[in-house]
Design a protein around this ligand. Sequence first.
Ligand code: C2E
Ligand code: MG
Ligand code: MG
Ligand code: MG
Length: 278
Amino acid sequence: QAKAEGRNDYHMFRQEMHDRVERRLKIETALRQAVTRDEFVVFYQPKVDIKSGRIYGLEALIRWMRPGNEIVSPAEFIPLAEETGLIIDIGRYVIETACINRKTINDETGQDLIISINVSGRQLKEPELLKDIKDIVATSGCIPEKMELEITESMLMEDVEATVATLDEIAALGFALSIDDFGTGYSSLAYLKKFPINTLKIDRSFIMDITDDKEDARIVQTIIDMSKNLGLEVVAEGVETIEQSQMLKKAGCTKIQGYLYAKPMPLDELIPFLKNWK
Ligand code: C2E
Ligand code: MG
Ligand code: MG
Ligand code: MG
């Protein structure tokens, strides 16, 4: 009996593995085709300076529009894009699109905004990133001083010397650098000092409960104070309520991004949104 069950478990395990591999292959093929079939769309989420009330920047956030109007979130396909190396082509597309759209936004709204672009670990490790950025700067009429890369804190801690070298070159082109999801990684101040960073973005997980959780509130206050001491800008991500934004303002953080002000949106919604912003 036990032996028969064991065989059954094994069989089910094999079947499950098989299904999983097949599912993965299907998505991988679809993702590969998505690159050539132009199925990616770049959305933009405004960043607000609550002191002046102005929108000062936008974060570029990719979406995969699968045939049949299904929208796939980057959390689902970026890891696979990283594993397969497709992230290089996808990343180039995002940087180029953001540069071109920035000019359109400026022309149509008169607002000269900073656009930040997320870069993942694999992108940062491959030499193509620097080459692609240089090519795009040379050919797209992009203004590097208006561009920013967002890099997660945990990425900085891998292969520090190589990362510093790459980021120094990108910064020398004029790009600003922001540490995304700050507070979730394990970076030390000694390390942070090595990188040409302009901004820390406080991770949404600390903002979420900031009004009820004293410990989260203390962590956020510490990050804000630390940013100031290091001469860095600080941005809070994932702000959803007025109470959270008021608390952040009191704590000294005035740059805010979140559903409270706007969700990420495609260019054709963004332009009227920016025109109507008071
Ligand atoms: P992230 O860079 O930390 O981006 C912030 C995420 O939080 C976005 O999710 C955004 O839509 C979401 N968000 C913003 N405000 C709020 C809020 O008030 N409440 C809630 N619940 N969520 C909010 P999204 O667009 O799904 O992107 C997820 C992650 O995927 C990003 O996290 C980033 O790490 C990655 N990603 C997005 N676009 C790209 C890209 O073009 N290239 C690379 N390499 N990664 C990307
Ligand atoms: Mg980001
Ligand atoms: Mg983030
Ligand atoms: Mg985050």
